[in-house]
Design a protein around this ligand. Structure first.
Ligand code: SF4
Length: 461
């Protein structure tokens, strides 16, 4: 088990797996979205060309990141936006807090932003006496349930509608047992309308920031970022420094890829451009590093910064689908989260790169062509080398290495194994051996393939 954590990914996945119908439902729901993504992607003939173009634009931007960041800052300032720089999560939270304090704000409405999850902004602000209401419906549901999101695009995908009905009954006064999605959505709409009308400050994430124009683009399906930003006097946008693209003409490439990959829709319902504050209105943008420049310096993992947070790698990942997002204990879960999290804290997240079958499905669906499974494999090597791997696995691998590197030991171990399985099977097939949890003990063969081959070859000669 890891320091500061109660359980690692495998143990938490085990907990999730206790409720088999829920696991099957979670698995099937995400696969349904993966299939929708396939239909949307294959419907446009230039899909592969779009992926390649997006990947190259991102590669170019990351290779010249400091230059584009400076260009963005200069243009945003010229537009009247206040630009802040945050080296880490703490600094980001302090900046947001100081903006709110200066404006006398004690209540803020927030649209979905995984960066603020990464920085634990809600907890920080609440500890400092500022109430935050998440306005994305899924985010609001997990906020009321006092849980973190389990998916970057579908934050409450782990909850069934009946459970959401119970949460709404408890917090928003709906009828007990009411689980009609239409009624629940209408209730949330009324509740959020009141929030939008009364909050003086709104925080949004940033999907794309354009260096050439100093503007940023926020994509939502519910229009909640716009409602918050337009009705409040102060708009704070939190942005990871990797969200930049050089020119406005590049935006179309990413907008065509983003929602097709995420939910199988042709385009996000609202792609809102924020360029300059209207009179009497303030826009602040906080450019956050929080480990991104370190990752940029790790050549093997640099490509992970191309991520546009579509969630497609999670929807397709057989491990994510059957272990649930909370088992990753990281703001970004699933395959890409398992690459990003060890960069922030290698020791704490050393288990995540091992939470993969390395089947490559994540890399196949990624709209910006990140070599996700290769990076997971590379992280494993770094983690073992740095001494953060699970000690039992390390011992097992060493023993395996000893057996497989000596033909004599290999033959002897095979013989011993067959004897044990036949004579004292309970020593192998028991609760201590996780391999047998969902498996039947196979019948041990009478002889090894080598022995069989030697015998039969002699007969045939
Ligand atoms: S790694 Fe690729 S597939 Fe996964 S969320 Fe990022 S862009 Fe989407």
């Amino acid at each position: 088990m890891k320091e500061g954590h109660t359980k690692d990914h495998a143990a938490l996945a085990d907990d999730f797996n206790q409720d088999e119908p829920r696991v099957n439902w979670h698995d099937e729901t995400l696969w349904f979205i993966r299939e929708k993504r396939d239909r949307a992607a294959f419907a446009i003939p230039d899909w592969e060309m779009l992926r390649e173009t997006a990947s190259q634009i991102k590669f170019h931007t990351l290779s010249n990141l400091s230059q584009y960041l400076e260009q963005f800052e200069a243009n945003a300032k010229a537009n009247g936006i206040t630009v802040h720089w945050a080296a880490d999560a703490e600094e980001h939270n302090q900046i947001v807090h100081s903006i709110l304090t200066k404006n006398g704000v004690t209540q803020m409405v927030k649209s979905k932003s995984m960066l603020t999850e990464e920085c634990h902004l809600n907890d920080y602000l609440e500890q400092n006496g500022i109430e935050v209401i998440d306005s994305d419906l899924g985010e609001r549901i997990v906020q009321l349930a006092k849980e973190p999101p389990s998916h970057i695009v579908l934050p409450c995908i782990h909850l069934k509608k009946e459970e959401i009905g119970d949460i709404f009954h408890q917090h928003l006064g709906t009828e007990a047992g009411m689980s009609n999605p239409q009624v629940l959505t209408e209730t949330a709409r009324q509740h959020l309308r009141e929030t939008f009308l009364t909050r003086k400050a709104a925080l949004t994430g940033v999907n794309f920031a354009i260096a050439e124009t100093g503007e940023f683009v926020v994509c939502t399906n519910e229009g909640n970022a716009d409602m918050g930003a337009h009705l409040a006097d102060v708009h704070v946008a939190s942005m990871g420094i990797e969200k930049l693209i050089p020119k406005r003409e590049h935006l179309g490439v990413f907008l065509r890829l983003l929602t097709r990959s995420a939910t199988g829709q042709p385009i996000t319902t609202y792609s809102s451009h924020f360029k300059k504050p209207r009179p009497g209105h303030d826009i602040h943008i906080v450019l956050v590093d929080n480990g991104r420049s370190v990752q940029l310096g790790r050549e093997d993992f640099r490509n992970s910064l191309k991520c546009i947070r579509c969630g497609a790698c999670m929807n397709t990942c057989p491990v994510y689908r059957r272990s649930g997002g909370h088992s990753y204990q990281s703001a970004v879960a699933g395959p890409i989260g398992s690459i990003l999290a060890p960069n922030l804290d290698m020791k704490k997240h050393a288990d995540l790169p091992f939470a993969s079958t390395l089947c490559g499905s994540c890399s196949n669906v990624c709209p910006v062509k990140i070599d996700i499974h290769n990076q997971l494999y590379k992280w494993r090597q770094v983690i073992v080398k740095e001494g953060y791997a699970d000690p039992t696995k390390t011992m097992g691998m060493k023993a395996m290495n000893m057996v497989l590197s000596s033909p004599k030991t290999f033959k002897l171990s095979g013989k011993a194994g067959r004897w044990f399985m036949k004579t004292v099977p309970f020593l192998v097939s028991n609760k201590m051996n996780p391999w047998y949890k969902q498996r039947e003990m196979p019948q041990p063969p009478k002889e090894s393939f080598g022995e069989w081959y030697r015998k039969n070859r002699k007969t045939n000669e």
